[in-house]
Write a protein that binds this ligand. Sequence first.
Ligand SMILES: [Zn+2]
Ligand SMILES: [Zn+2]
Length: 161
Amino acid sequence: MSSQKGNISRSRGQKHQNSTAFKNDKHGASLQVKKANSKIHDGLCQHCKGVLEWKVKYNKYKPLTQPRKCVKCSQKTVKDAYHIVCKPCSLQLDICCKCGKKEDIIIPINSHSDNREEEELTKKGRRQRKKDVDDLDCDDEDFFAGLEDEEEEDVDSDKEK
Ligand SMILES: [Zn+2]
Ligand SMILES: [Zn+2]
């Protein structure tokens, strides 16, 4: 995992061992956390599934507010955060949605439940955009963090409008 970088090798055990496992919904989960917790990481290889589960567990999972562009079909069909390949392409090419490699998919994609999710995401994206205009001068950290995340993909989406 990425934690390898700058990892100072230590052979001793962890000094402060938590007696209970870390839980991200300990202090009353927000809607976003609840949604992330119930997320099914389908279409992913073992490694990527593990990475996303880790993100969810430690509240680092940021859901997408609008679809991203798929690296295979170049359509805005990627509806899951951190994925680079859309589910139809993943199914067709038998590759992982996140790393794009030909790996064993742990949870097969259920294409039926996908449409509903897409609809929800589109609605949410529209709402979010309107809200952004309304509170343009607010300094909502989440909002700006989200912007940074989306910046790359947004360059050409602006032209399409
Ligand atoms: Zn695709
Ligand atoms: Zn993968």
